[in-house]
Design a binder for this molecule. Sequence first.
Ligand code: UD1
Ligand code: CA
Length: 460
Amino acid sequence: MQEISAIILAAGKGTRMNSPLPKVLHPVAGLPMISYVLSAIRSLEPKECRVVVGHAKNLVQSVVEPLGASCYVQEKQLGTGHAVQMAQPSSMQGHILIVNGDHPLLQAADLQSFVEQFEKQEADVAVLSAEMEEPGAFGRIIRHNGDFRAIVEARHAGKETLEIKEVNTGIYLIRSGLLEDLTSAIEMNAEKEEFYLTDIVDIANEKDYKVLAIPAKNPRVAFGVNTQEELAQASKSIFQAKVKTLMQEGVVVIDPESTYVEPTVRIGPGSVLYPGTFIKGLTTIGHSCVLEPNVFIKNTDIADACQIRAGSYLEDCSISEKAMIGPYARLRPETKIGKDAKVGNFVEMKKVNFGEGSKASHLTYLGDADIGKNVNVGCGTITCNYAANRKKYKTIIKDGVFVGSDTQFVAPVTIGEDAVIGSGSTITKDVPDRALAVARGKQFIKEDYIAKDEDECAES
Ligand code: UD1
Ligand code: CA
């Protein structure tokens, strides 16, 4: 098979998005819109991928270059035909695939079957078309006796043409060596003052090339994002597809409509997702876990049989088997929770190693701390990790320590194995193994502090 190179059009501002972000960087189910297009194209193993950038070009460049594409600048947005020329197609090898950057539902299989059809039918120029019930603003595919003659933009179409339901999806394949000649023959559209890429259909027909509109097998390819509403539809569609795949793999989803899992996430069978779970990024979740309503989880590894209870927020951390988190826990980056550990309600942790079997069940802040195994952290414990010099210091609590409620650890401080900290202590010095440390004001009693008569007076 002939090799393929690709051009992605992404210079437009996306005026109808009414947003300062360039259109192709708007997130669709957590990833920039254009990254979906790039990954579909990557499945064809293209020789190279050139992205035409313009509006907010540095920003777009910073996203697409790490994905292996190179950028070509279109200073003024003079239309899709002009944009293709900016990619300098004469220096590209193989057939050239052109894709609009705003079609995030495009998938590898859609492009693969398009390329197969192109080869099989020995086309010179092909456009991927789709049937749409409401073709709206899409360019219409004009056929004479079945032969594909031209594309007419909706804004220039008469009533009859507007009734055509076969539309241009904005995906094209052009035989090796032909594109430069075709695009250089495009004339400026007088009304819109733009060069339309769609004009190459007419031009190629004039030159007697074999020009085909190849109907897509799946209408999703036609789904372009031009408005915020369409952006939300695209996200919804990707979330739903992901949840469907998870269910096929044995994940229990109580309400697929209200479960949001990004495509990059992996979840093992038998895990249960309650409504309102939002799972992002490079998260992996083992089997037989339960994620209760409204948990937010980002870039986190959760081992098998864990429970993440309602309203918890987990980011860049890792949870070992059978741990129980929440309800209403917040685990911040670089926190590692050991096997069988328990982190209860209103507990916040940051940069903590929390050992196997340890518990912090209520109302606690632990930051920059190493907590050993089987430690009991009482209610209201605080590690005072941030000092007046604006530096962070570490608290080390070794295996088996019992921390009474309402304790502050003024870091840096180390608590030895099996030590006991009396409730209400402010611990500023290291505590040896197996010692008891109490650091609080002593209770004193002053009897008859309130005179009995006064009480009587008050009542009379
Ligand atoms: C285009 C097609 C239309 C097709 C539709 C599919 C043309 C003239 N029309 O219309 O037939 O049905 O896509 O979605 O091509 N862009 C540039 N530089 C420019 C103009 C656009 O890079 O000067 C990029 C945009 O960033 C976008 C893509 O090209 O990613 C499509 O542009 P857009 O303005 O959205 O075209 P449509 O009006 O949707
Ligand atoms: Ca568009």
